[in-house]
Ligand binder design. Structure first.
Ligand SMILES: [Zn+2]
Length: 148
């Protein structure tokens, strides 16, 4: 699918009841920060719209954070882009060394950069989630169309 401007857009999928249920949950921001046993703090979660690429407001990202292991937090969330009128799913693992991983449409894990890698660290710390969300847009079709 291409817009009049010629920009390629990810294909859209219908919204599922599971996504709507996730969107009924508290905001991810309200569930942060998470302080790991080693003192590392997972303080901020950011996601971008896969269509317009604008950041999704924190109050429009809802979901659950689970802790299957002490060193890992998993974020399952749904963001709503109000200008595109779509829901954008986010699935991310955040580790206590600052590394993040997210999944593409095929279910493969995409590794983010560690906040401790120096040099590019601060930029990545701020932009990792957004970049990974955009990677999902390129690789797959996880965007869901609001059903109305
Ligand atoms: Zn958008």
């Amino acid at each position: 699918m291409e817009t009049a401007a010629g920009r390629k857009e990810p294909s859209l999928k219908p919204v599922t009841p599971e996504m709507l249920e996730l969107f009924e949950k508290p905001t991810i921001a309200s569930q942060l920060p998470i302080v790991f046993d080693n003192g590392h703090i997972f303080a901020r979660f950011e996601g971008g719209c896969t269509v317009c690429r604008a950041p999704v407001d924190a109050e429009d990202i809802h979901g659950v954070i689970t802790r299957p292991f002490p060193r890992v937090a998993i974020v399952q969330a749904i963001g709503a882009c109000r200008s595109c009128k779509i829901y954008v799913p986010f699935f991310m693992r955040y580790k206590d060394d600052g590394r993040t991983e997210t999944r593409d449409a095929a279910g493969n894990w995409i590794f983010g950069h560690s906040e401790r890698e120096g040099g590019r660290a601060s930029r990545w710390a701020a932009e990792t989630m957004w970049a990974l969300a955009l990677a999902i847009a390129v690789l797959g079709s996880l965007v869901a169309l609001v059903a109305r």
